[in-house]
Each structure stands twice: as C-alpha cells, then as structure tokens.
Ligand binder design. Structure first.
Ligand code: AGP
Length: 592
C-alpha cells in the first residue's frame, strides 16, 4: 500500500535511481506518483503527477540536474482523491520541508486544525501534509529534533520520510508500515518499502522495526529508537532473492509468470524442514485452542486449513479473518496458538491480530513468504513459503504454497508426515503436467465464452467451499466481473435466485464424499438456465464446459485453484484490464 523509495549516495543521478526503484514498487500503489530531489544548491525540486509511474520515460528537466539525495512515492489513495495536489511528496508552503508517507496519521484532522489556526496553509486533502508542517514548526533545534517531535504528535501506523532544505540528509521512521534500508557500494544507501526495489544494487539490508528512525547522511546510516532518540546498532542481513526472480522473465505479466512458477514453488514448500513441522505440530497438539488467521486470499487459505485439519488430523482449529480477530480476545490464553498466514507479512489487520494474541501470551507461528517481514519477526516460529517475490496484486503462487504447508502441518499433527509429503510430491507432478500451453488454451476458450457476462457464481463443498471463495476473489480482482463463491448446499437457501439464463456457474469438485452432492447442486442451477463450467477430475454430462484437474487426494484444493487463477488472468487480458495492477487494489494492505 504505497511504495516508497529513497537514495542517498555518490551517484549524482539520484532522481533517476528513485524513478527506477519506484517502478519496481508500483504494485504497491499506482494512482499517482512523485519524486523530490535535493540539488547541489540545496533546493529541493518536486515533480508529481496522476497516473502510473511505469508509463514515465523522462523526468522533468529540473530533476535531471545533478542530485545525490532523492526520494519518491507511488500512491494508493487513502485520504483525498487521486489528484496531483494529493500525490506525494508533500511540502511546506516555502518548500523547506518535504515528506513522503505510507499509512495513515489517524489524528491528522485535529493536528491540521491546530496548524491552520497557527497560520499554516495546506494544499492537499491528505493526512500526510500535516507531517511536513509539524516538522517546520519545530525546526529551531534542527531537523532531527523536529522530525522526532513530529513523530511524537502523530498517531496511527506509518512509514514516513523527510528531507529539509537546510541539511543534506534523509530521515525516515516506521510504525506499522514496512521500510527497509539497503547498503550499497561506496557509501550508497537506499530505503524502500520492499526489498526487490533495490535488489539490483544490493542484497545487504537492515530492517527498520516499529518505533525506529534512520538517518542517511555523510556518516552513513544511523539508527535510533523512538521516541527517546537513543542510537542503536543494526545487523546487516543478506537476502537470498535473485534480481531476476523479481522480473517478468519474458512473460507479458507477473500474474501469469507467477502462476507458471507454481511448478517449482510447490516443491520448495514441500521441502520444509521436518523438525520445524514437528515442532509446530507438537504445539498444535498441546495448544489451548489453535487459531488460523489471515486476510483476503490468506483468509481463504486459513479456511482451507480448517477442513484439512478436520479431515487429516481430526483436529478442530478456529479460523478468523485478521480484521475480525478481536472477537477471539476473551478466549486467548498463554497456551493458545495463533498461525498467521500471509504472503507479504505486512498486512495491518493480521499484524494487529498477532499483537492481540501476543498481549495474551499466545504463541505465534507464521506461514509467510517474506521471511524478513514484520510478521515473521513478530513470530515465535516461521514456516517460510520460499516462493520468491510475488509481485502481481492477485496472489497465486503464495496461495498454493500456503495450502501445501497447511497440508503438511495437518499430516504432521496426525503423525503421518511421510504420507503428507508423498501426497504433495504426487500433486506437484500433476501440477507440472497441467501447466502447459494446451491447458492454457483450453481455459482461454472458457474465458472467451464468459468474458462478457456480468456475474459469475462459484460453488464447492468441503474444502472446495473455501476454494470457491478464493476463486471468486481471483475473478473479482482482475476481471472486474461480479463473482461470488458459495457452499453448494447453501444455494437453495437464497443465492439460487440470482441465476438467470446463461449465468456462468463454476462447479469445483474432487473425488471426495461431496462429489455427488455438488453435482446435484450443479443440476439445480443448470435447470434454472446456468452455464456450468466444471472444474475437477471427473467429466459430467451436466457440464457445458469441463476443465480437467487431476485427482490429488488431500492435495486437491491446491490443484483446483490453479485453473481458476488462469481463467481470471485470461478474462483480465480479454477485457483489457491490467492483471498485475487491478483498479483500487494494492499488493500489501498496510492500513486497517
Ligand atoms: C490476494 O489476491 C489479494 N490481493 C489479497 O486478498 C491478499 O491476499 C490479502 O491482502 C492478504 O495479503 P497478505 O497475504 O500479504 O497478508
């Protein structure tokens, strides 16, 4: 949610470096963008526009002048419409202080009122602009002191960076939104919302934790605790991601590249260390309540987990969306266990759930892709997906890796990890067979049939019910067609009224105890005019179109979602939507 990139170093093309870095962060927000560069005479030049930064070829000529200090922002609007004024960076009236920000300053209205009454003039409708004015107000003891004072006044979750005309430095602080410092060659430093943005320059990173501040200046990168301003040491961590992992590698979009990568990512998830799995299994067995928590797709994965634990381990687990975790508060004990699921490890609602659980003394296990994320660092045990950077907004490869790890965990709780691995290894071979050009073409033909429809229904039973919900999210996100997932048995209690002649209904099935019933549900909607697209191992005469998915026993949910990911992608392309950057969405949701 909003991408931030900063450069401080010997290269005098700071603005261009920032432009390049921001393009790699565009998946975090793409309403508008802006860059501020401090020039050799001390002036800070700002350029900002509505639109996508990926479409920018040249910067304004003023930004082409030599500069060693610059930062920029790619916006996902929260406060204030998508306008040039509301785009970041934001400056004070005289351009002395310039800021970029990700997150929300919750008390900004109150602060803005006070600042206006003191004579400050605001140009934007954003919450961010208050931070620049707050710094300006406190400048008598210097920029650093003013920045710290400003952080004491704002409430909420944020990552914020500031520059001042008076001093050659960038100051940044974090409370709840990610910021990573990269240490480059010859005294160059980078700050970014996500590591892939500066992978081409360095793999040596230092993570800013909540309530910490970093200053980049001629003395390098210095870190401090907030609010006391006490200096701290930071460990340099070497990242094992390769730069090309974060590129499209010849695919037209990240989404299809990441779908295809599932041939390899599943095997990385399956190879998760047995001891680690057994340790978590032991904790689940001994826990006073296990809660699986996630948001959006990760929330649907958590629901799949509930079915897997019931079926494989005969174990009840509770499932909560991050934003609804508060209702579990009264039941959490120090023996409770929370399993947080997340690709980014930065989702604010899931982080808040973890904070609640930690305050009750619960143990936290996270199943995350970004191993150095806030969530991973807050967890007692991390089960890493090892799926490599996922850049398309719609989660695909992370989703299947998360389900694979939950499947392994369920088998570990049942003390039968070998069967779990065997089941998943066989499933992996089947995924390899599925992901071929002919399969894609077959799904593209289904997409051609339904690309102009206004609604799509998706139904499933058992573990295919949460897969139907996830399928609907994928279709909504990138095709913008109204899609809804239902439990097959629930149709007759209301949703069946939505069916009219030709409404596509995707029916997800497996070779399981629910197969007959889901086909009966398919028949119910077909009799009312629905066009039935069957997704599963067995063909049925009820289907108007069949997308075959090999039978994979308890790993079936993993395979069943893959054709829907491809269908969603094909629909997006057919409807001329950008599948990597769907409207109104951002990859990582760092606001509540
Ligand atoms: C997935 O396609 C969505 N973009 C979204 O629902 C996502 O899964 C959710 O925001 C959680 O993100 P996380 O996995 O990074 O925590």
């Amino acid at each position: 949610m909003c991408g931030i990139f900063a450069y401080f170093g010997p290269n005098d093309k700071a603005a261009e470096i920032v432009l390049k870095g921001l393009k790699k962060l565009e998946y975090r927000g793409y309403d508008s963008w802006g860059i501020a560069a401090k020039q050799e005479n001390g002036d800070i030049v700002v350029e900002k526009h509505v639109g996508k930064i990926s479409e920018v070829i040249n910067l304004n000529e003023k930004l082409e002048k030599p500069s060693h200090v610059a930062f920029g922002h790619s916006r996902w609007a929260t406060h204030g419409g998508v306008t040039e004024y509301n785009a970041h960076p934001h400056t004070t009236e005289n351009g002395e202080v310039v800021v970029v920000h990700n997150g929300i300053f919750e008390n900004y209205l109150e602060l803005k009122g006070e600042l206006i009454s003191q004579g400050h003039q605001f140009r934007s409708e954003t919450d961010t602009e208050v931070f620049a004015h707050l710094i300006e107000d406190e400048m008598e003891e210097g920029f650093e002191a003013a920045f710290i004072r400003a952080t004491k006044k704002v409430e909420g979750r944020y990552a914020v960076l500031a520059m001042s005309k008076d001093e050659n430095k960038i100051i940044a602080a974090r409370r709840g939104s990610p910021l990573i410092v990269g240490k480059g060659q010859d005294g160059a430093y980078f700050i970014a919302s996500d590591v892939p943005a500066f992978l081409e320059y360095t793999k040596d990173v230092m993570y800013l934790d909540d309530n910490q501040m970093v200053i980049l200046d001629k003395d390098g990168a210095r870190f401090f605790n907030l609010p006391d301003g006490k200096q701290i040491e930071k460990r340099i961590i070497s990242i094992d991601w390769e730069e090309e992992m974060a590129d499209k590698c010849g695919y037209p979009h990240f989404m299809i590249k990441e779908i295809m990568e599932q041939k390899e990512t599943i095997s990385r998830a399956i190879n998760l260390d047995s001891e680690l799995l057994s340790e978590v299994a032991e904790k689940i067995r001994g826990a006073f309540g296990t809660y699986i928590v996630g948001c959006g797709t990760a929330g649907k994965v958590a629901m799949v987990g509930e079915y897997l634990f019931a079926e494989i381990a005969k174990k009840h687990v509770n499932v909560k969306f991050g934003s609804e975790f508060g209702s579990a508060k009264s039941f959490l004990k120090d023996r409770s266990l929370v399993i947080a699921i997340s690709q980014s490890g930065e989702t604010a609602d899931t982080l808040e759930a973890i904070e609640i659980a930690k305050s009750k003394g619960a143990t936290i296990v996270s199943i995350v892709n970004v191993e150095t994320s806030t969530m991973a660092r807050m967890s007692d045990i991390v089960l890493p997906l090892k799926a490599g950077p996922e850049k398309a907004v719609a989660s695909t490869k992370a989703t299947t890796s998360q389900i694979a790890i939950l499947t392994l965990l369920a088998y570990a709780v049942a003390d039968d990890l070998n069967t779990g691995r065997k089941t998943l290894i066989e499933a992996e071979g089947k995924i390899n067979d599925m992901l071929n050009p002919r399969y894609e073409q077959h799904i593209e033909a289904a997409s051609d049939r339904i690309k102009d429809c206004s609604d799509i229904m998706v139904i499933g039973r058992g573990s295919n019910y949460p897969i139907a919900l996830e399928a609907a999210i994928k279709l909504q996100e990138v095709s913008y067609i109204h899609a809804e997932g239902f439990a097959g048995g629930e149709l007759k209690h209301g949703p069946i009224a939505l069916i009219s002649e030709g409404t596509p209904c995707i029916v997800i099935s497996s070779n399981d105890e629910y197969q007959k019933e889901i086909l009966s549900n398919a028949m119910e909607v077909k009799s009312r005019g629905a066009l039935i697209i069957g997704v599963g191992p067995e063909k049925s005469e009820i289907y108007d179109y069949w997308i075959k998915v090999p039978d994979a026993l308890n790993a079936s949910p993993i395979l069943n979602i893959i054709p829907i990911q491809i269908l969603a992608y094909k629909l997006a392309v057919a409807r001329q939507n950008n599948p990597d950057m769907p409207r109104n969405l951002a990859k990582s949701v760092t606001v509540k």
